[in-house]
Design a binder for this molecule. Structure first.
Ligand SMILES: [Zn+2]
Length: 333
């Protein structure tokens, strides 16, 4: 029914997403794979054509972004428009599959009276239709007051070179800077609109204007205002020094360029009159864990998206990575 491009040689002897999970599987041709914008190298091996495309999702990225009235809509299938890591892998047992996203955010968002924390759940969506989900649902001994940081290097959640991996629902999502998307946009030292937060404010990559009011002031890498706490964790927790293993190891001190939502007000290429906007920084929190505006309910996941393994109780955690548990940091025992 579909491609014979893929060969089971050890070059790419991993599981591909099963098209049978999709309502109508696309007929897959080499042209389609190339059109998907990902990496595909083919070579001739004797008379047999062999595709070396181990990192390539089988589906094409589909995304439509439009505004209507007071709303901006992002409709997508959640498939990235760039090469991904191999999924499933040893530390992420899930397979990328198309989603049915239909997000609705305010086209002219307003700053709210209060910040809305977002320790779990989707922060926003990239312009390629892939979601930003910074907070992993991994806790020290199930204690929600100690949440493992996905990018700390202390736990292995099977992230790929895009700081991304896959939910049990098949949703590919970013925990940090989406390197493949950046490369597709030309990277470079300039302000890059990467997507929209659930509250409607735009999200930019790491560069912002030196003077937030002056686009002619040049750009610099934005520094988050968070720092590691000093000293050691309290004895009733995981113990050890504050080393970034947990989100709670950090505190906002305001030393960087950005506020506690990892954003600031200023002009941008898309908003020459100025707008509140977020940045994705290299360091914690990378993607904000707080909303400056009011998040749209269209980003809340339905229970069907959570897909606990059969026989296990449904948990309300949106970012599960069963069955692999994080290894305990050496300081925990
Ligand atoms: Zn995740």
């Amino acid at each position: 029914m579909h491609s014979h491009l893929y060969d089971s040689s050890p070059l790419h002897a991993h599981a591909h997403p099963s098209p049978s999970t999709m309502g109508s599987a696309p007929s897959i041709s080499r042209r389609m794979l190339l059109a998907a914008g990902g990496f595909l190298a083919t070579t001739l091996l004797g008379r047999r054509e062999l595709a070396i495309a181990q990192d390539h999702p089988l589906w094409s990225s589909e995304v439509t972004i439009y505004t209507q009235g007071n709303w901006r809509y992002i409709v997508s299938n959640g498939i990235p428009n760039h090469v991904t890591g191999v999924f499933p892998n040893q530390n992420n047992p899930n397979t990328i599959s198309p989603q049915r996203y239909r997000f609705q955010v305010a086209a002219r968002p307003q700053i709210a009276d209060q910040i809305t924390p977002n320790p779990l759940g989707t922060f926003g969506v990239a312009i390629n239709g892939v979601t930003f989900d910074p907070g992993a649902a991994e806790f020290w001994r199930g204690d929600r007051s100690w949440q493992y940081e996905a990018l700390s290097g202390q736990i292995n959640l099977g992230l790929d070179g895009n700081n991304a991996h896959v939910q049990p629902s098949g949703a590919y999502h970013y925990h940090g800077l989406p390197m493949g998307l950046l490369a597709n946009l030309g990277d470079g030292r300039r302000m890059l609109l990467l997507g929209y937060a659930a509250d409607g404010f735009p999200i930019y990559a790491q560069y912002g204007y030196v003077n937030p009011a002056d686009p002619a002031s040049g750009v610099k890498k934005m520094r988050s205002g968070y720092q590691l706490k000093q000293g050691r964790r309290p004895n009733n927790g995981p113990g050890g020094a504050y080393d970034g293993t947990f989100g709670q190891d950090y505190e906002f001190v305001g030393a960087g360029d950005l506020d506690e939502c990892n954003g600031r007000f200023g002009v941008t290429p898309e908003y020459p009159d100025g707008v509140y906007h977020y940045y994705i920084t290299e360091r914690f929190p990378t993607i904000s864990r707080n909303f400056r505006g009011v998040p749209s309910t269209s980003f809340r996941r339905s229970p069907a998206d959570r897909q606990s393994p059969p026989g296990r109780p449904q948990t309300p955690l949106p970012d599960l990575h069963p069955p692999n548990r994080p290894r305990r940091p050496p300081t925990s025992d």
